[in-house]
Write a protein of this length. Structure first.
Length: 349
């Protein structure tokens, strides 16, 4: 029923060429929405966006969120009802290599999206997708709550903290009556079609596909892992609920619960067991940049406000990721595999 809501709605997605953006675009295409995407060209080869030919079924605009004039013209033309802001420099490692670009994209990109909304008018629901890394991490075992201090350590994490603050300022200053605005802080997502460098499951897949054992840099670090459809389902739910009731505006954590807050060793071993015939070992050297040993999310607000519960536990998330990847490597159409898994997820109890 949630997806029925999107039929005929004008949806604007920044970052539609990325891993999450492509999956989100596919869901909304299946729901019958009118989708416009705005993003840079994909930066990996291969990439899910081109493999699935998503651009054949949406209005795809190649542009930089730092280009305010182009972005504003798109809003004036499209007149979106709902906006999902995913465009970002998304990697911790790249943040260390390109800090200025990271802040320009993740902070001013958010400003430009919100300013385009303010000047164009008409948007009823906006969801800014940030990260679980926005919090000041004092390496506590408890899960972070939405009211905890925003102060990400590294350039990527800190730029997303700033994106949260920018969003809150625009919400308070300009969108108090007619536009519902929320930020969503998702844990680490996995799923088929992620080819990004420096992410643990894509690294596992590259090693497994090459018949090599997997090298793990930080096996004992704890993270909240979840399937990409789990996070996207929450983004869609929040956008729908606040569209009708602005009181749902706010900030929300979305994570897997305790079952998915596991260390990298456990995640990689699940992957090896599911893939079969491979193993892993700890890397001789660290990856060279700061990483917190523990990161957990408290998702009780999401559960209490929306009566939400995760659908797929971490073992299912790994299973679906391996299923997607093996089907793709065996020559199946990535778009068909996505559609199959989307139906499995949204039609399940």
């Amino acid at each position: 029923m949630m997806l029925d809501f999107y039929k005929g709605k004008n949806i604007f997605i920044s970052g539609h060429t990325g891993f999450k953006g492509t999956w989100l675009s596919k869901i909304l295409i299946m729901a019958g929405a009118n989708v416009t995407g705005y993003a840079l060209r994909p930066d990996t080869e291969p990439n899910l966006f081109e493999l699935s030919y998503i651009d054949k079924n949406i209005n795809s605009i190649i542009g930089d969120v730092r280009d305010f004039e182009l972005l504003k013209n798109c809003f004036d033309s499209v007149k979106p009802d709902i906006v999902f802001h995913l465009a970002a420099q998304p990697l911790v490692s790249a943040g260390y290599d390109m800090p200025r670009y990271t802040f320009e994209t993740n902070v001013m990109g958010t400003v430009n999206i919100l300013e385009s909304m303010r000047l164009s008018g008409g948007v009823k629901s906006f969801v800014n997708i940030t990260t679980d890394k926005v919090y000041r991490n004092n390496v506590t075992a408890r899960g972070f709550k939405e009211e905890d201090c925003l102060d990400g350590y590294d350039p990527y994490s800190n730029s997303k903290s700033c994106s949260e603050l920018v969003t809150n300022s625009y919400r308070n200053s300009f969108f108090t009556d007619n536009t519902a605005i929320s930020t969503v802080r998702a844990g680490n997502v996995i799923g088929g079609g992620d080819f990004a460098p420096g992410r643990i499951i894509p690294d596992c897949i590259r090693a497994a596909a090459a018949g090599e054992n997997i090298e793990v840099f930080n096996p004992y670090a704890v993270r909240p892992y979840q399937h990409v459809l789990e996070a996207l389902g929450v983004y869609l739910m929040i956008a729908e609920k606040q569209y009708s009731n602005i009181e749902y505006s706010g900030c929300y954590n979305v994570g897997p619960g305790e079952c998915g807050c596991i260390n990298n060793e456990s995640l990689v071993q699940m992957f090896c067991d599911e893939w079969g015939g491979i193993s892993w070992h700890e890397a001789d050297n660290k990856n060279g940049f700061h990483e917190a040993d523990i990161l957990r999310l408290d998702c009780s607000k999401l559960q209490s406000v929306f009566n939400w519960r995760p659908k797929w536990c971490i073992s299912t998330a790994v299973k679906k990721t391996v299923e997607w990847t093996k089907a793709f490597l065996n020559g199946e159409n990535p778009d068909d595999i996505m559609e199959k898994q989307i139906k499995e997820f949204f039609l399940s109890d």
